[in-house]
Structures are given as C-alpha cells and as structure tokens.
Design a protein around this ligand. Structure first.
Ligand code: ADP
Ligand code: MG
Length: 876
C-alpha cells in the first residue's frame, strides 16, 4: 500500500481521489475526514494515524492507482466522539462534507471542507467542559510590548490585553496570564519560530497546544482591517483600544484564524472586552497552586479547593464566571464594594435568595446555545431549551424587583427583554421536536399553511391507500388482497397465487414471490407520487423554516449574550451569598490605611472539611509600621501553614467580592499576594530543588511592593542549616526595611534564631502556635499568640506520626546529649571569653553532633565510606 499522499501523482487516479488529494494538499496539517455516504473516511498517512490513535480497522480502497490506498473510516452518526479523541490527542481535524445529495448528484459529488476542528475551536458539547471556558489565545510582539487576544467561541467572549516591561518581565507576566486563562490553543506568527526575540515567550508556551499561523495575518494593516470588518466599525476607538496596537493585531489575526477554521463569520463574537493590568491582581502560578484556589495541590481536583467551596452556582455560565473572578481578584475600591453590596443584598434577603436559586436551576447555558445558533449547529431541541430558559428571565427579574443596590439594578437592566425571541421560537418550533433535523416534525402545526398542506397530503395519502384496498377487494372479489409497501417498489397490491386468475387486466406485475405476485395500478402510483413528493417538499420546507428561524435568532446574539452575562453574575452573587450564610461569613470592611486586622479568622476550606477537630479561630494584625513582619514558630503540625494561608485567603476572598470567614475584619486592598513554600515542603513539585525556591524568592522580592502581602513558609530548608538560616534572615531584613521593601509578611520558620530579629529590627514581631505537654504527649492548641515558641517538640510529633518506640527512646537520649553540648559550648565560651564564635568552631560543633548521632555499629562499610565522603565534602 502507498502510505503518503506525497508519493501519489494525481494522474490516472479516480476523480474522487483526485479531489481528495487536492483537499489534503490545501490542509496538510489536518487529518481529513472525507464524507463518503454514511461514513467519514481517512486515507493514506491520515488513515495510518487514525487507525492507530482510534484503534479502528485499517483497510484499503481502489482508486485507480496500481496499489490500494490505505483507508479507515467512522460512521457519520458517531463522528463527534472520534474527532473529540483526536483533538484530545493534539490533532487538527478537517471535516470534508458532501455538499449535495449523492442520490441526485450528477457526476462526482460536490464535497468541501465545512470546518476545521482544533483544540481551541471546538463547539460540540461533548468536547467542552460545562464549568470551564475553552479559550484560544493569539499573541503578537509589538515594540516593547506583547499584545494578546483570546476568545471562547463556544460562548462568544473575546478579550484583549497588553503586557509591558523588559522582555524578561513580559515573559513572567505572560506566564501568569497563561496560568489564569489556561488556553487550549495558542496561535502566533509562523515567522517567530526560531527567532531570538520570541525565545522567552516560546518557552512559556511549552506544554500548550501551539499553532504557528500565516505571518501575513499578523501584518498590522490587514489584521486591523479584519477586526474592523468583523465588528463593522471604522476604527477601534469605540472599544477603547486606540493605544493597544499590538493587542489589536493579535485580535485581528485571531479573527482570521477563526474565520478560516469555522468557515463562517463567527457571529457569536459581538464585542471586545479590555483587560487592563491595573484592574486585576496578578496571581503567580505558585501562589495560585499553593493557596489551592481552583484545584487542590495533591489531586488537582476542584473539590477541596477554594473554588470548590465557593461554587454554589446553578448555571454553567455562573460557574465559569466565578472561576474567572477567582483567578482575577479586583484592585479598585469601588469595584470591590460594588460586588460586596450585591452579595450583601442577597444575604439580607434569604427568601428572595432561595427563589432566585430555584429559578436559576431551570436556566440553561444561553451563552453556548447562542454560539451554536450563530454557527448554525444548534438543533431544534436546543431552541426549545432556549425558549424555556428565556421564559424564566421575567420571573427571575421579578424575584429581585425589590433589590436596591446599584450593581443588581444594573444587572436587571442588562437582562434585556427577550420575549420576542421566546415568542418566535414558540410560534415556529414544535414542543417536542425530534433529535435530528432531517425527518420533519420540527415546525409547529399552524405556522405555515404550505407546510400544513403537505402534511395533510401525507396523512390523507395513507387513508386513500386504505380506501384503494377496500375498493379493489370489492371490484376483484379477492378477499385476501392486500396493499403493502417496500422501499424498492413503493406501494403495491399483493395477491396470493390461488387468486392469480382473478387479477384484472389493468394490474401491472412488478414482482413474483413464492406464494404471491405483486402488482401496481396507475391510481396507486399517482397517490404514491403525491405522498412522496409532499413528504420531500415538507421536509425541505421544514428545514428552510428552521434555518431561517435560527438565523433570525442569530441576529440577536449580542442581546442574548448580554442577558446571559447578567444572569451569570446574579448566579455568582447568589452563590457567594449562599456560602456566606451557610458558613457564617461576614462582610469585610476595607480601609486605605495599610492594615490587615482580622478577628477570629478561619481557614474557609479546612474549617468546612474538618469533622473531627473543631477549627480554632485566630486573630491577625499587620500594618506597614510596627507590625510588618510576623515570624511564626511552633512545632510541626501545629498549624502554621494553615494560619498563613487563612490570612491570604481572607484577603483574596474580600477582593473577589466575597464575604469572609471571621467575626470581623478591616482590610487594606493588596496589590499582590505572594506565597512561597520551602522546597522540602513542596512535595507535589516532585523536584525539591533549592534553586527553584530561590528563583521564586528572588522574583517575589523584585515584584513585591509595600502594598503586597508576602507569605514565606519555611523557606531555606533545601540547603544546609547555616545557608538556609542566612538566607531566611536576609529575606526578613529586606522585607521589613522600608527603605528596601517594607511589606506585610507572614514568615513561618523552624530557625529559632530568627526570633532574635524582633529585638533587632523595627516592624518584626514574634508569634507562635500554642501547644501543651501532657504526660509526655503534645497537645496542639492551634492558638497563635505573641512571643516565640520554646520547644519544637520534634520527638513528640514523630511519636504522634507512629515512629517506632525504640527510635523515639534513642532520639530522646540523643537530644539530651546534644542540648548538653550546647550548654557546655556556651559555658566554654564564657570561660575563655572568646569574642565570637568563628566559622571553624561552628563547623567543628556541627561535625561533632553528626558523628555523635551516627550509630557506627548499625551501618555497613560502604555506607560508612559514603558518610565519610559526605562529611568531608560538607565540612572541609
Ligand atoms: P504546620 O504548618 O505548623 O506544620 P499545618 O498548618 O500544616 O501545620 O497544620 C497541621 C494540621 O492541623 C492541618 O492538617 C489542619 O487540619 C490542622 N489545623 C491547623 N490549624 C488548625 C486550626 N486553627 N484549627 C483546627 N485545626 C487546625
Ligand atoms: Mg507547614
């Protein structure tokens, strides 16, 4: 068999295959699904790929060449499933459809590509996740900035943004954007590949599905033209994009890509939304993950994350919006207050909240149905779903008629009257249309006179046929004369052999069977023709009316999207209010005096999960004066990490407009929240590299401002004690110093030496987590109180964790020896009045500790050698 289309000459091949080869030549990067009757077939290398990836049988097809072409195929009715699997695996698929009915086509059937399916451009519900957007992003490098545009064509949202700074800064910002957008596909100019300027950005794109696209689509003039044509505007000022030239180019190029893949004018995209860097808080990848905003660290599931807790939405649109809110906390005072007002209104009106939630439960995904309507893929049933949904909107508005806050009033206004669309659907489409659009029954009776006539003819035809049977029985006297139907001969009269002689002369014989003969009469055929043609005409007319209706609704896409957006926001507010009521959250107060003051704060997720242990609330006070840096000490498992995350989460929740888990709080607006966890604590990374940790610390110290909140959880663990301690020490100094950074910071550490900083530096305070010793066991009290921890209780924690008794006993002995050594050491020091401990003596002491704690009789000779080598490396 021939494997590649490249080796095939078009000479001598069958006309169909020649057409196929032309199509493939134009779309070399796609797997071509070529429609042949009831199947989509793939040929040559496409067939080899698909048969392997989809696990379907590879066959061959004669196509006028010496050898057979490799071929495999999938039935047309289950094509979606196969395409989905290929897309999932990172392939592009081009659907080549029959453009005319093969039964009536003259010569070779006209076929053409109707759509190119790529990961970022899918529309099928089966390939989309309900509560997640499916974004495709395009980027363009302007002078000193990066322009980007991204859209979800299954909902019609379209955003643009620009990133500025040094190439390195742009790359970092871009990484953060990608992490919040999570595009399924990234499009950039093919000419960038291999270019030096692009290398940093290219690196950030690793792991995403990338599509290098025609350079000429990114030529500013043509890209802008494309954009202006699409929105039918003379310039982009109306969108506030006059200074965003790079983003506009990215947007125009993206539009070209969509037109090409969709083979349509993507009418679902009705406007552009600007994302300004100053309106949203950037959350870096690490912070998002560490705070488990949208998914948990371990299982990467939504359950157990903050989103999982806050998402009580009832519509997919709301669910997607809440996810966006969570990844883009607000920065502007009035934006935050506005959202809080809306949530508060629901909290104060629990009855209305309940009604609204119940109504939202009946609302379906208007955004996605609208996108399917504009792309002419929506089915009659989807229109009915839309109708039912639209009919709920007036009830929803009515349920909120007494709401007075500005935000909700605006949303009510945005829920524009769509009763005309609902009425249109009700008038045209039958209540229970069939699944497919080919077999009629879509259009409501009484809508079209012409259609009803055809339908009558079809129905009456059946009666006429019954009449004929009766009449012919009478006329011929044949008692068992029957009128039957089959696909090949249509209607016929069946007469058994015993009555053969009585057959009248005007009967025309069509078929002879073992026991009977089948006849037709001119009258029978006349009725049959009328029935068949009415059926054909009626189906055709139904389809026409349906398509017209769908197009008419498509013109209302912008209105539908506006209402959808407002409903999604109501859903989010109701959800936040629901969670607030259920968990006793309070409205956060906002200040502009740089302080974070929380009374009895709780960790929202752990509080909701813990069943055994009641959650112990804790206070927090941080400002930019005497209480900038809180050094938190305490044994392992005491609750340090939980406490620090709880503070970050409370601040973050406030800035998305949510109520917060505490008795009361007064918060300043943070421009950034950073968290870093010491390398050895970050097991999920799999790579406990000190280097990664330090790179991240560096980036925090570069990017933080006095308005940021920094959370350091045991940083410096990935290296030797003294290195780690020195780094931690220096980080605290830098953070506390107003001349250098002067930002609010929570710093958990096992380096007890750091507690000395309270005395030495202005703005540093010690805290520890209270514990109690009870009969040699440690009891965690989970209360954060001023002052440093006295013991680390490492051995008790080890015991709790189930370390064997003999090891625990041995450790206790060692601990005593070690502590004795420490005391001796300080005594020696005072005796000899050494001015300061030199590096040499420090090393010697450490070396001694390690030797003491080694059980020489329990290790092998090889282990001893390795140990010795290691010691030498570290101490000499
Ligand atoms: P550390 O960071 O000090 O080692 P963690 O913050 O990881 O400790 O907390 C250890 C465990 O204690 C957590 O699994 C959590 O469930 C529980 N915990 C922490 N803080 C509290 C609290 N305030 N109330 C109840 N349980 C808590
Ligand atoms: Mg911890």
């Amino acid at each position: 068999m021939i494997e590649s289309t490249k080796k095939v000459s078009k000479k001598g091949v069958s006309p169909m295959m020649r057409h196929y080869l032309e199509v493939k030549e134009k779309n070399p990067d796609c797997l071509i699904f070529y429609r042949l009757g009831d199947f989509y077939e793939l040929f040559f290398e496409d067939a080899l790929t698909a048969s392997k990836e989809l696990d379907i049988m590879l066959t061959g097809r004669d196509c006028g060449m010496e050898e057979r072409a490799p071929m495999c195929g999938v039935p047309h009715h289950s094509v979606e499933k196969y395409v989905a699997r290929l897309i999932e695996k990172g392939y592009k698929v081009a659907i080549c459809e029959q453009m005319e009915d093969p039964a009536t086509a003259k010569g070779i059937v006209d076929r053409d590509i109707v759509r190119i399916v790529t990961p970022g451009t899918v529309l099928e519900a089966s390939m989309l996740e309900e509560d997640k957007n499916n974004y495709i992003l395009s980027l363009f490098l302007g002078t000193d900035k990066l322009g980007a545009a991204y859209t979800d064509i299954s909902t019609g949202e379209f955003y643009v943004f620009e990133l500025t700074g040094s190439p390195k800064e742009i790359a970092v910002k871009f990484r953060n954007e990608l992490y919040s957008i999570m595009p399924r596909e990234i499009v950039y100019p093919a000419g960038y590949v291999g270019e030096e300027d692009f290398s940093l950005i290219k690196k950030e794109c690793t792991g995403y599905y990338c599509t290098p696209y025609f350079d000429w689509c990114f030529v500013p003039k043509s890209a802008l033209q494309k954009l202006e044509d699409h929105f039918q505007v003379k310039n982009l000022e109306g969108f506030g994009m006059e200074d965003m030239d790079a983003a506009a180019v990215a947007a125009g190029a993206l539009m070209s890509y969509l037109y090409e893949t969709q083979k349509s004018a993507v009418k679902q995209i009705t406007s552009i939304r600007l994302k300004k860097q100053t309106e949203h808080m950037y959350l870096d990848t690490f912070t998002r993950r560490n705070l488990e905003l949208c998914e948990t660290l371990r299982s990467r599931s939504k359950r157990g994350s903050l989103l999982g807790l806050l998402d009580h939405t009832h519509t997919s649109m709301g669910s997607r919006m809440l996810r966006r809110w969570l990844t883009e906390p607000l920065l502007r005072f009035f934006d935050i207050q506005n959202r809080l007002d809306c949530v508060e209104e629901f909290v104060k009106k629990p009855d209305e909240l309940e009604t609204v939630e119940r109504l939202l439960g009946g609302i379906r995904d208007i955004e996605r149905i609208t996108a399917r309507i504009t792309s002419a893929t929506a089915t009659p049933r989807e229109l009915i779903v839309l109708r039912d949904t639209l009919e709920i909107i007036p009830l929803l508005k009515d349920a909120m008629r007494d709401f007075s806050c500005k935000g909700i009033r605006q949303l009510l206004e945005d829920m524009v009257d769509l009763s005309d669309v609902a009425t249109l659907i009700r008038n045209v489409i039958a209540d229970e249309p069939p699944l497919t659009i080919k077999e009629g029954g879509i259009i409501r009776e009484g809508y079209s006179e012409e259609l009803d006539r055809y339908r009558d003819a079809m129905k009456n035809g059946k009666n006429w046929i019954l009449n004929i049977e009766r009449e012919e029985k009478e006329r011929t006297g044949i008692k068992n004369l029957k009128v039957g139907y089959n696909k090949v001969f249509g209607y016929y009269i069946d007469i058994t052999n015993s009555y053969k002689d009585q057959v009248p002369p005007d009967y025309i014989r069509r078929q002879t069977l073992a026991n009977s003969e089948r006849y037709i009469t001119p009258k029978l055929k006349e009725i049959e023709d009328m029935m068949l043609s009415s059926e054909e005409r009626s189906y055709k007319l139904e389809l026409e009316i349906f398509n017209m209706t769908r197009m008419e609704i498509a013109d209302d896409a912008a209105r539908l999207q506006k209402a959808a957006n407002a409903i999604a926001a109501v859903d989010c507010f109701a959800s936040l209010a629901h969670v607030a009521l259920e968990n006793n959250y309070v409205r956060p107060k906002l200040n502009n005096s740089n302080k974070i003051e929380i009374k009895n704060g709780r960790h929202p997720v752990i509080e909701a999960q813990s069943s055994r242990e009641r959650f112990v609330p804790n206070d927090t006070y941080l400002d930019n004066a005497d209480d900038k840096v809180a050094i938190i000490t305490g044994p392992n498992m005491a609750g340090k990490s939980t406490y620090m995350r709880q503070v970050a989460l409370i601040c973050l929740m406030a800035q998305i407009g949510s109520f917060v888990p505490c008795d009361s709080c007064d918060l300043c607006i943070l421009d950034r929240i950073f968290t870093r966890v010491g390398a050895s604590d970050d097991i999920s990374q799999g790579q406990s590299t000190f280097m990664v940790e330090m790179t991240e610390v560096a980036s925090i110290l570069h990017n933080a401002t006095p308005n940021s909140l920094l959370i350091f959880d045991e940083i410096g663990r990935g290296t030797s004690t003294y290195d780690g301690l020195s780094i931690a020490w220096a980080v605290v100094e830098h953070t506390a110093d107003v001349k250098r950074l002067g930002a609010k910071c929570l710093f958990a550490t096992h380096y007890h030496e750091l507690t000395e900083l309270e005395e030495k530096l202005q703005g540093v305070k010690n805290y520890h987590v209270m514990t109690k010793e009870y009969k040699d066991e440690i009891v965690f009290l989970r209360k954060i109180v001023p002052g440093k921890a006295v013991h680390s209780y490492g051995i008790q924690v080890a015991k709790l964790a189930g370390v064997p008794e003999d090891v625990i006993e041995r450790a206790k002995v060692l601990l005593v020896t070690l502590e004795q050594n420490d005391i001796n050491r300080s005594r020696d020091k005072t005796a000899e009045e050494e001015p300061a401990e030199t590096d040499e003596t420090k090393k010697a002491l450490l070396l001694m500790r390690e030797l003491q704690s080694t059980q020489v009789d329990k290790i092998t000779a090889i282990e001893a050698l390795v140990f010795l080598d290691d010691l030498k490396k570290r101490y000499c």
